[in-house]
Design a protein around this ligand. Structure first.
Ligand SMILES: NC(=O)C1=CN([C@@H]2O[C@H](COP(=O)(O)OP(=O)(O)OC[C@H]3O[C@@H](n4cnc5c(N)ncnc54)[C@H](O)[C@@H]3O)[C@@H](O)[C@H]2O)C=CC1
Ligand SMILES: O=C(O)[C@@H]1CCC=N1
Length: 282
């Protein structure tokens, strides 16, 4: 058991919804040493629950959301934003004030969650991402005033089990985290898809283009992580010989305003998060 998971060792952790994010996080928790018998998960349909049970035979599965809520200290609300209110209605009469509700839903605010769950409920808004499935997750966290120090530490432990986590001090920054890292894997995937496709058109076998693209993305990310005192622009300049091949490519990306496109894309994500907040509030 990892040190951070030790913090959770006496706690029970539940998931409302057994989709992609829930499966990623609960898989990471089990891999880090939290026993499957300490984890509860509910979903309306059987398929995803059965698949999880086959993988982790000691996991507690049910179709009853209230059963999960009543059994655990940490309740991860891992349903789509527009489902949040109806899924939580199943346990709206329960006293959750001694538990910690952790939403992973994009946009849904603490205020909405407190309206649904009760004003005195400790609520954390989290924004994880799918690389959590393989231990490379990046999660942003925000806590309302009811969350205790112990609950904060346990929440960090949950997400550190599947990658890294950072706390933000203002709730609206969770929408910024959504744009940068929650949705982020898809941005890099699109870039890599384009690189692989062009690599193929330039004559490389698909497998070779894919292997080179993936290793290059991994290498670039690792260089950023391992040189945290160095400006990313400097790492870029180190690749770029004056009048060379990189300069030719970067000139083209800048001519087509890549930085501008990225800015517009991330701003669109933030705008959509705010729209999802409205939908969840209805
Ligand atoms: N997929 C991603 O990359 C990320 C998703 N999120 C957030 O995670 C949440 C879930 O997303 P995914 O896991 O991708 O979706 P998903 O569709 O894979 O999972 C949602 C699950 O909720 C279940 N569900 C539907 N109604 C329910 C109810 N009344 N009670 C209990 N469970 C119910 C569905 O059957 C499904 O298994 C969303 O709110 C999303 O904003 C956050 C970060 C990244
Ligand atoms: O696309 C979405 O709304 C969710 C939230 C972040 C990643 N997937």
């Amino acid at each position: 058991m990892t040190d951070s998971i030790e913090l959770l060792s006496k706690a029970k952790v539940g998931f409302i919804g057994a989709g992609n994010m829930a499966a990623s996080i609960l898989g990471g928790l089990i891999q880090s040493g939290l026993p499957a018998e300490s984890i509860y998960v509910s979903n309306p349909s059987a398929g995803k629950l059965d698949a999880l049970k086959e993988k982790y035979p000691n996991l507690n599965i049910t179709h009853d959301n209230a059963e999960v809520a009543s059994n655990v200290e940490y309740l991860l609300l891992s349903v789509k934003p527009h489902i949040m209110s109806s899924a939580c209605a199943d346990f709206k009469d329960m006293d959750l004030s001694q538990k910690c509700a952790i939403s992973v839903a994009a946009g849904v605010t603490c205020e909405t969650l407190n309206t649904i769950l009760g004003a005195d409920v400790p609520v954390v808004r989290s924004m994880p991402n799918t690389p959590s499935l393989i231990g490379y997750g990046a999660t942003g966290l925000y806590a309302n005033d009811q969350v205790t120090e112990q609950q904060r530490e346990a929440t960090s432990a949950i997400f550190d089990a599947v990658g890294i986590s950072v706390w933000v001090e203002e709730e609206n920054l969770i929408d910024s985290v959504t744009a940068v890292s929650g949705s982020g894997p898809a941005h890099y995937f699109l870039f890599m898809e384009s690189v692989v496709q062009t690599g193929i058109e330039l004559g490389l076998p698909e497998a070779t283009a894919r292997e080179l693209a993936a290793q290059t993305a991994l290498g670039a990310a690792a260089m950023v992580q391992q040189n945290d005192d160095m400006d990313i622009g400097q790492l870029r300049r180190n690749v770029t010989s004056p009048g060379g091949t990189t300069a030719a490519a970067l000139d083209t990306l800048n001519e087509h305003k890549l930085p501008d496109i990225v800015k517009k894309a991330l701003e669109a994500s933030v705008k959509r998060a705010k729209e999802l907040a409205e939908i969840a509030n209805q």
